[in-house]
Write a protein that binds this ligand. Sequence first.
Ligand code: PMV
Length: 340
Amino acid sequence: MDHPSLPPHRSSAPGKLILCGEHAVVYGCPAIAVPLHNVRAYAHVAPGSPGCGVSFNAPDLQAAWLLDEHPDDPLSELVQATLRCLNVDPLSVDLSISITSDIPIAGGMGSGAAVATALVRALSNYFGRMLSRAEVSDLVFCSEQRYHGTPSGIDNTVIAYEQALWFVRPKADPLCALTSELRSPVSVIEPVEIAAPLTLVLGDTGIRSETRLPVGEVRRRWQADPVRYEALFAEIGEHVHRIRSALAIGDILTLGTLLNANQTLLEEIGVSSPELEKLITKARDAGALGAKLSGGGWGGIMFALTEPSFATAVASALRDAGAAKVMETHVPVALIEDNP
Ligand code: PMV
């Protein structure tokens, strides 16, 4: 075997929160997402037993497997693609890979993309060959397609870039969007200026929802009534533009109002749920400036934007309303230097 004595490497990647624009982003509208630095996925790559090839151990998923035996597993495929990208023959290495994560699975915090990103980073560190953020993101995007069919690419991008991002996927040809043939498109990826720190309280409904299900339902509704749905997506896109402006001047009151308006539109396109709406209402009643679901919907998480002094009250209102998990997080100021 070619690489018997390389030192082990552990890498991590953050969770993510879509601030606004989910679903409409699949149809070419902008969305804004931020990394969640305080929940992370980890991958550890170490030399494996000689002659055993690549072995995986994922205790959180209660899974352990050999790449040789399950080459079609999405993480096995990701490892093979990453090794090829690193100019390493997947058949020439013995590796022991462990994956752990404190990001809830299928909870709207990007657990799958974070695990994949941590894995790509750990492999590239292990072999001492640095990949750019765009290369990491592209590898993870291909892996995301295995789970979601036609992801917009926002999850892998915000997690691989690890900064607040404005993301626009090019508008797909509607016929193309009906197939799974979308390949990693060239998307607009820009840093988002955040003039004042944000205090967010996340509430998890505890209901696991696979993103592809609400995404598929929205697609069916869009196909049935494209004029109405494209108008709704465009309206969401307008709100996202205004949210970017509010973030850039630190106007959190306007930001709260716009987040609420985004939630109303998400309800109209049919991706909210009674459990989400209960948490959202309770958070607003407890003094949040705005609250909405985040991610695919039908379950998963919501978040509330609050003044720092209201965070504890909002968190306990969410707990009282039955949230399975509540987490306070802070989005730091992000200033963009003007290029001369
Ligand atoms: O469910 P999540 O957190 O993976 O977010 C999905 C976001 C969508 O806009 C609904 C789908 C996508 O691919 O962008």
